[in-house]
Design a protein around this ligand. Structure first.
Ligand code: GTR
Length: 380
């Protein structure tokens, strides 16, 4: 982590920030996630619904339509925000994508279905109101003084290779429907970009503490959250829940999901340069601890689940711990141990980690830990 490509040892924050950090960002873009375009496309925001009596009167919900446009086309996305009614001044915000649509994150009747539902062939059950409400502990977050902002990730890039033309990527001027360049961004890169557009909106709201943005992602969205947080320093806390291969887990362990498996099952997630590391992880010029370390001196929290071997909990723990070297440069405290903690014994320093019992999921226990970690770092 602390050796430049020319062999120079990095011993100061200045060298890290001026030389090594940009070098790693460029490597991750070229070889794994693809380049994020510099071009700015048009985004329009319209508040389509406000409910001051949401969550039994404890919150105000706002639903905001984002219309992205470029190259004569548009893509619509819908942001759902819950803001605590009992607040003094600005509040921190937990930002995260949901999987099956905003309407699946809550039982509240007025929450509109996400526009991308029309692309996805979810069963009635999978798109039903409240279907994934257990993953969104709005009550707890609101009670602890946090707003929550969520959008369906499919609104930004519908998660199928065949739907690339319907994604936000197709709005950029160098988009080529016929093929992708080897270092071109694909879904993970586009999802990460979308999180930054949510941040653009939030930091302009009068109720938002712009220094209090936490980005939370589960699984494939845990991967995208780390990549977004690496690029966008407005996210003061980045939380990766069960992100596994291409997220927090070390690729070179090749334990659970491997580069070969993931690039084969999901050819539209990473840039195509990444395919070259299938069964050849040892050739990667970095590993995922590099991605995690790019959050420093901001805060990163990684979580695993005991029955989620596919995501390689031990590899997620080790990668988080290897990033300690960069926190140390800043005089900050990383995990501070190479010994994996037992279940339900979170480590919460400048970076953090826990493993809980149970399967691949986001649970109330995870939210408790994330809010505890945010309390430490976002509440002033
Ligand atoms: C799995 C995939 C994982 C993870 C997961 C998810 O099928 O192998 O990398 O992304 O999906 O996003 O739920």
């Amino acid at each position: 982590l602390l050796t430049l490509s020319d062999g120079t040892r990095v011993t100061t924050v200045r060298q890290w920030e001026r030389r090594r950090r940009p070098e790693l960002l460029a490597l991750l873009a070229d070889q794994e996630y693809g380049r994020t375009p510099h071009e700015r496309i048009k985004v329009k925001h319209e508040t389509v619904a406000v409910n001051p009596a949401a969550l039994g009167g404890r919150a105000t919900s706002q639903q905001v339509r984002f219309t992205f446009s470029g190259c004569g086309r548009t893509v619509e996305a819908l942001l759902l925000v819950y803001v605590p009614n009992d607040r003094q001044g600005r509040v921190p915000v937990i930002v995260g994508y949901n999987y099956n649509g905003n309407q699946t994150t809550t039982l509240e009747e007025d929450v509109l279905p996400s526009p991308s539902l029309r692309w996805m062939d979810y069963s009635e059950t999978a798109q039903a109101r409240g279907y994934q409400q257990s993953r969104w502990d709005y009550e707890e977050a609101i009670g602890r003084g946090y707003a929550v902002a969520t959008m369906c990730y499919n609104d930004i890039y519908p998660d199928k290779p065949s739907l690339r033309d319907e994604s936000v990527a197709a709005l950029f001027s160098d988009y080529d429907a016929e093929g992708v360049a080897p270092d071109e961004w694909q879904a993970l890169g586009v999802w990460a970009w979308g999180s930054s557009r949510i941040a653009d909106y939030l930091v302009r709201q009068s109720w938002v503490d712009r220094h209090g943005l936490a980005l939370l992602g589960h699984s494939r969205q845990g991967k995208a959250a780390l990549w977004a947080g690496a690029q966008d320093k407005r996210f003061a806390v980045v939380i990766s829940n069960d992100s596994g291969c291409g997220g927090a887990a070390l690729s070179k362990r090749a334990f659970g999901e491997t580069v070969a498996r993931i690039t084969h099952s999901f050819p539209h997630w990473f840039c195509t340069n990444f395919n070259a590391y299938a069964d050849r992880e040892e050739l990667l010029p970095f590993d995922q601890h590099a991605l995690i370390s790019l959050m420093a001196p901001r805060h990163v929290y990684v979580a695993s689940a005991e029955d989620d071997a596919w995501a390689d909990p031990h590899g997620e723990f080790l990668a988080t711990g290897y990033a300690d070297a960069v926190y140390a440069l800043y005089g900050m405290e990383g995990l501070g141990t190479k010994q994996m903690p037992p279940v339900h014994q979170p480590i919460m320093h400048d970076s953090g980690y826990h493993i809980r019992t149970g399967k691949h999921d986001v649970t109330a226990y995870d939210w408790q830990c994330y809010l505890d970690f945010c309390d430490r770092h976002l509440k002033r």
